[in-house]
Design a protein around this ligand. Structure first.
Ligand SMILES: Cc1cc2nc3c(=O)[nH]c(=O)nc-3n(C[C@H](O)[C@H](O)[C@H](O)COP(=O)(O)OP(=O)(O)OC[C@H]3O[C@@H](n4cnc5c(N)ncnc54)[C@H](O)[C@@H]3O)c2cc1C
Length: 357
């Protein structure tokens, strides 16, 4: 008989874990909201895959891991029922003249990634790369390894794929976890993918608020993500299929789960307008806010504790890092259930996996 795993949380990591385990094990999935999990951080995210730009903020090991993880996305998407837009054609970083000093600082802080060279571009080169920007920007930086995907399509396609599998679903089930028990039922293994919902058990977890706008802008012809240097937080304009663009995200040290503020809306939409005036006639599809589940050091963590595996703290790097982190969760689950012990963490994840039993 197949071993029975409970996955708690059907956001980004829960979906990836279910995709990795559904063929080999019997799964029960518990999700506090419904199948869309529309308020999960993974549903709100801009879904940029930006290891080099993020290297300015994070340690080199996470940036290297992110670069490795991008390569996993086409494989994951290839197994889904339904199309998911994925792109890895680099990203452009630009600044208005008053923010040139910040652009230089950003360039100085970029950490070298294996075989990835950031390139300074002048006005003509920017125009060549993204004709929609014209000659508006004097200076920019091209980061060739950056990518992005359409998370709305990933959420949809992962649902469609997993609904075909033999899974017991529990939606509207905000449950607590007690060792290998979920809602009073015992499992061979529990995988905790609750994101910020795990806060009652993880006191060091906090939410970092982010807000994003999604617009329909048929007059804008950007072909790759453009990041605008901004005094408060990096703002990306991320082209998605069908003339849609995600603009975001703010980053605010706050646990406020409330709706997007007027201030953030003005900042995001004006930033987009200064990149391309075609955004003036764009239609706003949605304005969303979410909380990024984050530990104090902003590093993710996998914890192995007898029949419970937890993955959390993916902060602003969920889409960037989850493929390799969840691969490790799947590997550990397989080993525990088939070989009856946890195995040592993969070398490239040193420090991110801890065993507490
Ligand atoms: C505005 C914003 C922009 C972002 N942009 C990017 C980006 O560009 N690139 C990037 O790599 N990352 C980005 N992220 C980060 C990324 O979205 C998160 O790191 C990632 O979604 C975390 O995944 P998770 O599965 O841990 O949590 P979530 O995706 O939040 O999923 C957790 C799920 O668990 C469910 N749950 C919670 N408690 C319970 C319970 N007790 N019982 C049952 N179910 C429960 C929740 O309902 C939810 O569906 C962004 C996040 C935000 C908010």
């Amino acid at each position: 008989m197949k071993k029975h795993i409970a996955i708690v949380g059907f956001g980004l990591t829960g979906r990836l874990a279910a995709l990795g385990l559904a063929d080999e094990f019997t799964l029960s999935i518990f999700e506090a909201s419904d199948i869309q999990a529309a308020s999960s951080a993974g549903a709100v995210a801009a879904a940029m895959l930006a290891p080099q730009a993020e290297s300015v903020l994070c340690e080199p090991d996470l940036a290297e891991l992110g670069l490795r993880a991008i390569a996993r996305w086409p494989e994951i998407i290839g197994h889904l029922n339904g199309d998911v837009f994925f792109q890895q054609q680099g990203a452009l970083i630009v600044a208005h003249p008053q923010d040139f000093a910040d652009l230089q600082l950003f360039a100085n802080r970029l950490k070298p990634l294996e075989q990835q060279q950031a390139q300074w571009l002048n006005r003509e080169q920017i125009n060549q790369l993204e004709p929609a920007l014209g000659t508006r920007f004097q200076k920019g930086i091209f980061l060739p390894c950056e990518g992005q995907l359409d998370n709305a399509a990933f959420y949809q396609a992962s649902c469609e794929t997993l609904l075909q599998k033999d899974i017991t679903w529990h939606f509207g089930s905000k449950v607590s976890i007690n060792g290998n028990e979920v809602a009073g039922q015992a499992f061979d293994l529990v995988i905790d993918c609750r994101g910020l919902g795990a806060k009652p058990d993880l006191t060091k977890l906090r939410g970092v608020r982010g807000e994003v706008a999604r617009v329909y802008a048929p007059e804008v012809a950007l072909s790759r993500p453009v990041r605008l240097m901004h005094p408060r937080y990096p703002i990306y304009i991320v082209p998605k299929p069908n003339h849609e663009f995600v603009i975001g995200a703010t980053e605010i040290e706050s646990q406020d789960e409330g709706a997007v503020t007027v201030r953030s809306t003005l900042e995001l939409l004006s930033a987009a307008y200064t990149i391309d005036s075609g955004f003036a006639e764009a239609k706003i599809i949605s304005l969303k806010s979410g909380l990024r589940p984050s530990f104090v050091d902003n590093r993710p963590q996998i914890t192995l504790n007898k029949q419970l595996i937890s993955i959390n703290g993916l902060y602003r790097h969920g889409y960037l890092l989850a493929p390799v982190l969840v691969d490790e969760v799947v590997r550990q689950a397989q080993h525990l259930l088939l070989e009856f012990d946890f195995m040592p963490a993969s070398a490239h994840l040193a420090g991110l996996v801890q065993r507490v039993d």
